[in-house]
Design a protein around this ligand. Structure first.
Ligand SMILES: [Zn+2]
Length: 419
């Protein structure tokens, strides 16, 4: 990633926001977004050590937003805007968030993420949608706030495809074979960490998606990990990893780029959606962190059948592109697949430590530093006091209000292509 030059910024609100608790003050702004306006530049402000519990919801059109200033203040981040005036990086040495005007693409703690809605500019402020704050930013900046997380004793491994369903293919082999190989390599690694492992298929057989979900749902204290490899006909250069968890209710999936964002999917979410997202982040950082090449295509959302039909924390891993020359060669290499399986086992172990011990999962930079034999830059076990749940209650807005569904805005799940 080429780091652009950054100027001290902006974030006018950081200084001006009152510390008095005025949670959720609503500023009824005009529904027209002034997309051309750029935030004014003022010197970077050192955030107060005291967390600001205010969330000032700004309504623009049908949607609720929070200003980037507000987000910086809440999480104790210092902001810089780049020379284009379109990208803001917020950082405090422990958490980092990079958002770009008019874009859904964002970087959270060193890996790519995809917001449900683009960042907009409004009255000299960058705004992030409330649903993205609640569903993407908060779970990663304060993973220890995870709720109702339970225990993780069993991992349900789901090698994609099988039998007549070969999945994607390269010159070297088929997705169904590689996915099964990853699961077979992953099983003993997980067992060595004390997990029980159930596989939805152990051989080259076809298993319907609903059967895979049923196996997952019948397993107590478990999580579900579906393993796939990618392919695309539209971009032969596409390469790298992706990871998916269920799209939140009221939001478009990452690949719904018919960003007719007035489109709202009314599919019910899942009670496990937040846990699934935490699981995807924990596993994804490990995947990216175990390789020095940049395979980071991002943490994404989809309504794939196995994510929709499972009622336990569920993710779907895409381990690279069989349609790309470099990726397909790597995937064909058993040693490379072993490394991928190891990265998955460690990500899963990090998720267990999060839910059972409230221990923050390792980040991509920490994995790489560890691999390079460097001292880990962040003490993972001890979150700073200001990030403790007790000192910073969950004032985060949970979701946008549910819009009224009309037949034209309801997308049936079948419209989303299965991986
Ligand atoms: Zn697949």
């Amino acid at each position: 990633m080429n780091a652009p030059r950054f100027f001290p910024i902006l974030l006018a609100g950081v200084l001006s926001l009152s510390l008095a608790p005025v949670s959720f003050s609503k500023s009824k702004a005009s529904s027209k977004s002034s997309a051309k306006s750029k935030p004014s530049a003022t010197p970077a402000a050192k955030p107060s050590p005291t967390p600001n519990h205010d969330w000032q919801v700004i309504k623009v059109g049908p949607r609720d937003y929070l200003s980037v200033d507000n987000i910086a203040k809440f999480y104790g981040l210092i902001g810089n805007v780049d020379s284009s005036g379109k990208t803001v990086v917020l950082n405090n040495g422990r958490n980092m968030l990079q958002v770009t005007l008019d874009s859904r693409e964002t970087i959270v703690n060193g890996v790519r993420n995809w917001f449900c809605f683009p960042v907009i500019a409004h009255e000299n402020k960058f705004l992030v949608s409330r649903i993205d704050l609640a569903k993407t930013i908060e779970p990663q900046l304060r993973p220890q706030m995870i709720q109702r997380s339970g225990k993780v004793t069993t991992i349900v491994l789901d090698p994609g495809h099988g039998g007549f369903d070969k999945g994607a293919a390269s010159a070297f082999g088929n997705e169904k074979t590689y996915a099964l190989d990853i699961a077979r390599q992953l099983r003993p690694l997980l067992q060595a960490k004390g997990f029980k492992v159930i596989m939805t298929r152990e051989n080259d057989v076809f298993i319907p998606l609903e059967v895979r979900a049923r196996i997952a749902n019948a397993t107590k204290d478990s999580i579900f990990v579906s393993i796939h490899f990618n392919a695309t006909g539209s971009n032969p250069n596409a390469t790298g990893f992706e990871i998916f968890s269920l799209t939140p209710r009221g939001a478009p999936s990452t690949n719904d780029d018919s960003l007719a964002l007035h489109f709202v999917n009314m599919q019910a979410g899942s009670p496990m959606e937040a846990q699934s997202f935490e699981l995807s982040a924990a596993v994804y950082h490990s995947m990216c962190g175990h390789f020095l090449q940049e395979f980071d295509r991002g943490i994404k959302r989809a309504r794939f059948a196995v994510l929709r039909r499972t009622n336990i924390p569920s993710i779907l891993v895409e381990g690279g592109f069989l349609s790309e020359a470099g990726d397909s060669k790597r995937i064909a290499d058993p040693a490379w697949r072993k490394q991928l399986a190891e990265s998955l086992s460690i990500g899963i172990e990090n998720y267990r430590a999060l839910v059972e011990k409230k221990q923050r999962p390792m980040l991509v930079a920490e994995y790489r530093a560890q691999a390079a034999g460097e001292i880990t830059v962040v003490d993972l076990a001890v979150p700073p006091a200001r990030l403790e749940p007790s000192s910073n209650p969950a004032l985060i807005p949970v979701t946008n209000p549910a819009p009224t569904p009309t037949p034209s805005t309801i997308t049936t799940p079948e419209q989303e292509r299965e991986p």
